[in-house]
Design a protein around this ligand. Sequence first.
Ligand code: GLN
Length: 534
Amino acid sequence: MSKYIFVTGGVVSSLGKGITASSIGKLLESKGLTVTLIKCDPYINVDPGTMNPYQHGEVYVTDDGAETDLDLGHYERFTNAKMTKDNNITTGKIYYSVITKERKGDYLGKTVQIIPHITDEIKHHIKKVALNQKVDVVLVEIGGTVGDIESLPFLEAIRQLRLELGHDYAINIHVTLVPYIKSAGEIKTKPTQHSVAALRQIGIMPDIIVCRTEKALTKDAKEKIALFCNVDAGCVINAVDAKTIYEVPVSFKKEGLDSLLARLLNIKHPDGNLSDWERNVLKRIKSPSHTVEIAVVGKYIALQDAYKSIYEALIHGALANDTKLVLKRIDSEDIEKYGVEKYLKGVKGILVPGGFGNRGIEGKIAASKFARENNIPYLGICLGMQIAVIEFARNVCGFKNANSTEFNKDTKYPIVSLLEEQKKIQEKGATMRLGAYECRLKRGTKAYDAYRKEKISERHRHRYEFNNNYREAMQKKGMVFSGIYHKKDLVEIVELTMHPWFVACQFHPEFQSRPENPHPLFKNFIKAALSLSK
Ligand code: GLN
């Protein structure tokens, strides 16, 4: 039977619960255990696919085509757990399923209520993942903050689960903020005490308290929290702001979390060994030999989380090249206003990520043109590929005002357009081309050179496709179609012959990049950028 770790958060959001859960997953794997992680999101959207990145941050896509919370990206980057559509539970999903059952008559005769029907559905969902994925430990992270109305059914469900499973089989970890008050020169434990009191009120007693803090807690401070929050002093763990998120598993181990978890869950496994992780990831991030400046030109630049996996994959690509990444985040609308030179002159690589809608499109097209004309390495992802082909069609092939029908329905040259099957679709939720598709690579291309194999599988999230009516004309002018989804003859990767490294793909390679296994396209993109700087 799997053991469970429930992770809740208090005081404020954005405490890094996802990184905490992922790091604990990593620690457990380093002991030889298998893990999976589940994220419970209390919002009513069935999935985050229909939310604006400014509301929610990146939408992370799994192999099985689920649009999920970005924490699942952290789970996959830190651990070997394979995320599926079941690893993200939302209030919307739970209610959808309960209401569907009610309409079918499954609860005939009963009043359907939050307790027990909604909470039972949550428990059923969590246990189903444990059953299907057959792991030693299931980590369940509850989104939001204790005290939110929306989180209550989830917290009640994990309270009941803990009771059903018993002490050796389930523990609660509470992540809180311990602020450092500069003027007083001290840290404050009161918010943590209040947060744990709120948890206790709904029947949950934390076993471990993870304290996010700027300054490490002293022994006294830990003892104070322990006393007021009813835990052992050894169960108060420092989570001091880290230079890189990949350091967190190592600092948790130093804090003794590794053996503490084993003791509380009654797990007899050797001490965890993180030396590979330290050598292959941490050391390389901390002491790189080179530096390279890469520009990301997008429209959700102001929010760190909107391109989370892209930024992480760039870090992985850089560490694979023993290089420090200097990121220049550029709002494509600024390029439209003030010109491309102002922002892109001097950068060694340009990446245009995915996106939807008209806003900022022309700025991205200008960025792609600048990369092409100035021999600057370019990596286009999803919309970044569509932009690149539009630019090439307009400025190299002479298709004046070529566009995607997403941005101009009546364009004379619809270089990017909808397939017939997509034209019929009215609903917006989960109706794009989603998840893993096979792609075949052409030998002798930059794509093949990166992957070094013919068949690859990458994750998708888009509605529009390259329009094959233009393939020949563009090929003649020097565009290479180096990756194809054969079953439907869809273009997956394009590149340019007359350029040092210009590669753009319709899929999202960033979702499969791992710190210990950097994605080949990111690795070669940084490599090309680096050779330009030399
Ligand atoms: N908006 C484009 C499409 O739907 C690109 C999507 C993306 O970049 N993820 O095809």
